[in-house]
Design a protein around this ligand. Structure first.
Ligand code: SAH
Length: 321
């Protein structure tokens, strides 16, 4: 855009003008009515409006929308818009096409890894949903491991406030990629950190998430503590509830023992079905687990499941078709 505008001899402020329109949900140059008509025509069809082409859109009964996009080199990416009854509209963004990690309970890990997405490809997911209406939260909980592609993720984050999503309402979720946690702690943006923990026992965690062999839990928790000390913002712990695997009473006790309640808040995630041979914990087991954590002083909530009927819930993004 910048070079095209220069080529056309346009003043520099045009770029900001165009970005404001896009960030506020414009879907084409034609809508940008404070640009000269000739310029709008000159840009249309010459500067692509998005790096992504939507290929398919699924609507869940609860108002969740999942979109499958294709990049210009044919990679598939999914992103989700969650609409909540309290009016919140949250974006679930992907940082990679597929994922190089192989967490056993996650559908994305079973899809072939494509590549890191660019900042534009990440931002274009958000802009797509911004065209459907206002948005106010974003989580990097879609496809991929955002900490492996942190430059592009942070590049997109810098612009999200223009769409209505402040840094404080943005969260980056990680398997525990220590160098990324350290770098996020250094960023001036007050972005929230979420850690996918899933098992307090190291052997079990390695079995569920092989990345635990590379970055053992003790190192990961030390990095999270340093993040907290630097940012003074609680770290969210994600814990997917697998029947008979990590949901026993003793495992809640063990989890409470390794988590400092001043630093962490636990979010228990009901397991969403994938091809993996797991069953989700019952509502009763989840509640007993939550109660035990709370009894030990840890704040714990159960994640509201969204979009399960269109395979848009946590761990279900796989671009299957
Ligand atoms: N790679 C990052 C970002 C993805 S976030 C991370 O793992 O944190 C996606 C979240 O959904 C993670 O917490 C992941 O552990 C969780 N998840 C994966 N598979 C799931 C499933 N089948 N049911 C529920 N949650 C799942």
């Amino acid at each position: 855009m910048q070079s095209k505008l220069a080529e056309l001899g346009e003043p520099r402020y045009r770029l900001g003008q165009i970005w404001r329109w896009a960030a506020q949900g414009a879907g084409s140059f034609a809508e940008m009515t404070d640009l000269p008509r000739g310029l709008r025509d000159a840009l249309s069809g010459v500067v692509p409006f998005s790096t992504l082409s939507p290929r398919r859109e699924a609507h869940a009964r609860d108002g969740t929308v999942k979109t499958l996009f294709e990049t210009s080199d044919g990679r598939l990416v999914e992103a989700v818009l969650m609409r909540y009854r309290d009016g919140r509209r949250s974006l679930c963004l992907s940082s990679q096409s597929g994922c190089p990690l192989t967490c056993t309970f996650c559908a994305t890990g079973r899809m072939r890894f494509g590549r890191n997405l660019t900042s534009s490809e990440i931002l274009d997911q958000a802009l797509h949903f911004r065209r459907l209406g206002r948005v106010d939260h974003a989580v990097f909980m879609g496809m991929g491991e955002p900490m492996i592609n942190l430059d592009a993720v942070l590049g997109a984050c810098e612009r999200l406030p223009d769409l209505g999503v402040t840094h404080r309402r943005t969260a980056i979720s990680t398997v525990g990629w220590v160098p990324g946690i350290n770098r996020l702690a250094e960023s001036p943006m007050p972005i929230r950190l979420a850690l996918s923990l899933h098992a307090a026992d190291p052997a079990l965690r390695s079995q569920l998430m092989p990345v635990n062999d590379r970055y053992p839990l003790a190192e990961v928790l030390a990095a999270c503590r340093a993040f907290y000390e630097r940012k003074r913002r609680k770290v969210f712990i994600e814990y997917v509830m697998l029947a008979g695997v990590n949901d026993a009473h003793g495992q809640a006790v063990q989890l409470a023992e390794i988590l400092d309640p001043r630093i962490y808040k636990v979010n228990l995630i009901p397991y969403n079905p994938t091809d993996a041979p797991y069953a989700g914990s019952s509502a009763k087991a989840i509640d007993a687990f939550r109660a035990e954590l709370e009894r030990r002083g840890l704040e714990a909530t159960v994640r509201l499941t969204r979009g399960r009927d269109i395979d848009a819930a946590c761990g279900q993004l796989a671009a299957s078709s």
